[in-house]
Design a protein around this ligand. Structure first.
Ligand code: ADP
Ligand code: ADP
Ligand code: MG
Length: 644
């Protein structure tokens, strides 16, 4: 085993790798960007070193040579790449090995073979692994591709061969729409991956995403069963589980064997995932799954496999990378119970899942779940990296038990200081179809309105926020009773843009009579907390003017200063601002254009996502202040409309 390893990553996965390294007695070296000086992964490591010259990934975590130099000078013997960043970069693997270090992952050759989806499909066909029917040849002539799509039969999916993260994909329903969709997929593929090539696949109508965890030692491989990742939003995973609901023994064996064939065909070493698509309309059948792609790294959702197999995949990674052969044989592996993982992000769900930033003024995960997280209370979700806060991971003897544990864990998770997708995850965990195991990748989109509905605020929530605002929670009962004599106060608060006034009459230490509009709530002390008209006072936290009540997945309130109410109301509808720092991918507006409210004026890429920036009102474009390719700061004006 190694004495010391360097982790070329940040956040959740860097912390996850360090936990296992520490348990194995392996020392850890962290690297960090200028935005991450006081990050959790830096504090956790035995040694840590700054890298790069700025927070952007290209100026920090993607600087392979600099990271290798730190590994050498710190005496690390190996580099763990985590996921994302350099994890699937074969040139980096070559450079690591050329420096005399071990790469904790597959060979550069194996990564190259699976790097492009078209080449991977050719290779898998040859290895006898079923692939999604379609065209994945070299001829990229648009008429040829069109003919291929017609021959496959609509609907078809156009995919960038270099694609990832759901980018460069276009669904085409009719032949006459093909050419336009092709052009747009190619242009997205060029900007995102520098490679315009595409492949065409038969579009599976009710797709389920089922993937096989494989593990190899360079010659032989085993599989650790399947994960179902069908709960997706825009081709991105939201909740994952293992095993897959409805999986049959025959199909599991057939998929597992296909995964092992795929891994052995490329001499795979380490943890990898073979992703398959299954036609949910036809049910789970041993001949009904097709290879989509292989991810040659540890996957974000690896913990659900760990919980059903009791294998620590990072431990296996370190053992195999240090020269051991496979830690277990196929027959040693079995499934116990059921596991779920939900990805908790700082994002503004009502605003179209816009990634959010902020300092986590309060952060608490329930002890009942495994919370893999890269942040602590007080840490900041910066605009530079992906806005994941944590993963809530649960296990239970059955799917039903595990799912109810997931619901409980989400309900008991408290995040203050930023908006999150917690309520959305909670609604998903409570979704009837999901509970019945009826999953496919379209579930979220079909029920989106119900899933993103804001939790309802009740009078006792407003009272809780108001009590915090007026400092009436931690009342000191033993002193100064007379101070309570007949006190009347009021406070103005805002919840989701709607302002209200809460008035209180305190007539002694054991009674506060609150009036909000027409509603009256009596607050009275009860068992070391407060009873608010039949509800006990939820946990409340405050940072500056923002107050969070931890019920219904966290309800945010803002203190309104009556003096600057006018300034904060509304906002300037004339100027379209960048909501976060990012790269301007496209500007559609031109000076003089007449636009309607909701028209797309520009696209900003930030935090791994593209955001459409919309006109806030009808009007005429006065000025365009940004161009394609500009890197802009949060709050930068991009487009100005003429005053009316
Ligand atoms: P998966 O299929 O396992 O979800 P993705 O390829 O979408 O994998 O991304 C894996 C993870 O890698 C992301 O959730 C993110 O944490 C990290 N990651 C990838 N690229 C970047 C990047 N440019 N900046 C920050 N994090 C990244
Ligand atoms: P990426 O590299 O972006 O992860 P994938 O090829 O893994 O791309 O596909 C991402 C997602 O797109 C899948 O999980 C699935 O939801 C959907 N998808 C991919 N191929 C098909 C297909 N042929 N039919 C229907 N849906 C598909
Ligand atoms: Mg994929």
């Amino acid at each position: 085993m190694f004495d010391k390893i360097l982790i070329a990553n940040r956040g959740e996965i860097a912390c996850r790798v360090m936990e296992t390294a520490r348990a194995l007695g392996v020392k850890t070296v962290a690297v960090y960007s200028s935005a991450d000086r006081s990050a959790k992964h830096v504090a956790m490591a035995d040694e840590s070193y700054p890298i790069g010259h700025g927070p952007a990934p290209a100026d920090s975590y993607l600087l392979g040579d600099e990271i290798i130099a730190v590994a050498k000078s710190s005496g690390a013997q190996a580099i763990h790449p985590g996921y994302g960043f350099l994890s699937e970069n074969p040139e980096f693997v070559d450079a690591v090995e050329a420096a005399g270090l071990a790469f904790i992952g597959p060979s550069a050759d194996a990564i190259r073979k699976m790097g492009l989806k078209d080449a991977a499909k050719v290779l898998m066909e040859a290895a006898g692994v079923p692939v999604v029917p379609g065209y994945h040849g070299a001829n990229q002539d648009s008429d040829h591709l069109w003919g291929a799509a017609d021959a496959i039969g609509y609907p078809v999916l156009i995919k960038a061969v270099a694609g990832g993260g759901g980018k460069g994909m276009r669904l085409v329903e009719r032949s006459e729409d093909f050419t336009e969709a092709l052009a747009s997929a190619q242009s997205e593929a060029t900007t995102s991956f520098g490679n315009p090539d595409v492949l065409i696949e038969k579009y599976i109508q009710q797709p389920r995403h089922i993937e096989i965890q494989v593990f190899g030692d360079g010659s032989r491989a085993v599989h650790l069963f399947e994960r179902d990742c069908s709960l997706q939003r825009r081709h991105q995973k939201v909740i994952e589980e293992a095993p897959a609901p409805g999986m049959t023994q025959d199909m599991r064996q057939a998929m597992g064997e296909a995964g092992v064939r795929a891994a052995e065909a490329i001499g795979y070493k380490g943890a990898g995932t073979v992703e398959f698509i299954v036609d949910g309309a036809k049910g789970l059948r041993a001949d009904g799954f097709w290879f989509m792609e292989m991810n040659t790294r540890l996957q974000v959702e690896h913990p659900v496999t760990e919980l059903i197999t009791s294998v620590d995949l990072v431990e296996w990674q370190l053992r195999v990378a240090s020269g051991e052969s496979l830690p277990a044989q196929q027959d040693d592996l079995s499934i116990t119970g059921h596991a779920f993982e939900a990805r908790l992000y700082a994002e503004d769900v009502p605003k179209g899942f816009l990634p959010a930033t902020g300092t986590l003024t309060h952060l608490q995960f329930p002890a009942s779940c495994r919370a893999d997280s890269g942040v602590r209370a007080g840490d900041t979700i910066s605009p530079w990296y992906d806005p994941m806060i944590s993963k809530a991971i649960v296990h239970g003897a059955t799917r039903e038990i595990a799912l109810s544990r997931l619901s409980q864990a989400l309900a008991a998770t408290q995040v203050g200081g930023t908006v999150t997708n917690l309520a959305f995850l909670g609604a998903l965990a409570a979704h009837k179809g999901f509970a019945n195991g009826v999953v496919d990748t379209g579930l979220i989109a079909r029920d989106l309105d119900a899933l993103v509905a804001a939790p309802e605020v009740q009078p006792h929530h407003r009272v809780a926020a108001a009590m915090q605002a007026l400092d009436l929670i931690e009342a000191d009962w033993d002193t100064g009773f007379t101070l309570w004599g007949d006190l009347h106060r009021s406070v103005h608060l805002r919840h989701q843009g709607e302002e209200f006034e809460a008035m209180v009459a305190v007539d002694g230490p054991d009674r506060q009579i609150w009036t909000i509009g027409e509603t009256e709530v009596v607050a009275a002390p009860a068992c070391s907390t407060w009873d608010l008209g039949g509800h006990s006072l939820p946990t409340v936290s405050q940072a500056g003017a923002s107050i969070t009540v931890y019920d219904s997945y966290g309800l945010g309130f803002e203190l309104v200063d009556p003096l600057d109410r006018d300034a904060t109301a509304g906002g300037d509808l004339n100027v379209i601002l960048a909501p976060m720092p990012g790269l301007v991918k496209a500007v559609f507006a031109k000076a003089g254009d007449a636009v309607k409210e909701g028209d797309r004026l520009a696209i900003l890429e930030a935090m791994k996502m593209e955001h459409a920036l919309l006109a806030a009102r009808d009007g005429v474009v006065a000025e365009v202040l940004a161009a394609d390719g500009d890197q802009v700061e949060a709050g930068a004006a991009l487009v100005r409309l003429e005053e009316v």
